[in-house]
Design a protein around this ligand. Sequence first.
Ligand code: 13P
Length: 254
Amino acid sequence: MRKPLVMGNWKLNGTKESVTALVNALKEPADKAAPKADVAVCAPTVFIGLVEQLAAGSKLAYGSEDCDIHVQGAYTGENSPVMLREFGCTYAIVGHSERRDYHQETNEYVALKYQAAQQNGLIPVLCVGESEAEYDSGRTMDVVKAELQAVIDLCGIESFKNAVIAYEPIWAIGTGKTATPEVAQKVHADIRAYLATFNAEVADGVRILYGGSCNAKTAPDLFAQKDIDGGLVGGASLKAPDFTAIIEAAVANA
Ligand code: 13P
């Protein structure tokens, strides 16, 4: 049985004050959910030390929104997976579509980030997903398979024993256009089937989250789908009552 995971991706949002209020409000829901579902927040790097202090002693896990392929050295502005681990991060998102788009991260480069995160004790959360044009032309799985394949080639199928996949159709991110539960379920099942061509046991065990306008309203039907193991939540993760409702939807479907 796969334990659901509800993960917030705060993106470039927050202040010391809002982060403090949000983490304090999420500790209890995370503790309550813990027997049935895992809860995490991925924060801008500058806030991770604060999240570490605030979340101490609770079941609220946290992570980074990205990480570098290097652990140290002359790489100005980058964030080392070793440093993120030192500050208690459990997860590192890699290959978010905003990074792929705005920072020209290729499938191969994302695979290197996935590898660096995993080799240094972080659980990579590998984001995959197609653009609207790719969706409209029926190329979703071509895109997603290529994104997965780069990681399989570099790290091997077994690496997914210690990783999370997030399917985020780009056309659904921040647009209010959620993929229908049926559309999302089909892609999640296709991802699992593709991984199963390499290793059925790994495919069965890996958590595949849905992301893209996942909110308190859409989460219950999405999480009821067989191959949807939780959500990677942007906008709705910034509001404690909304994120708490999403956590509760995951628990109800666990
Ligand atoms: P929204 O939930 O704001 O659509 O963002 C989704 C996302 O990109 C999470 O990583």
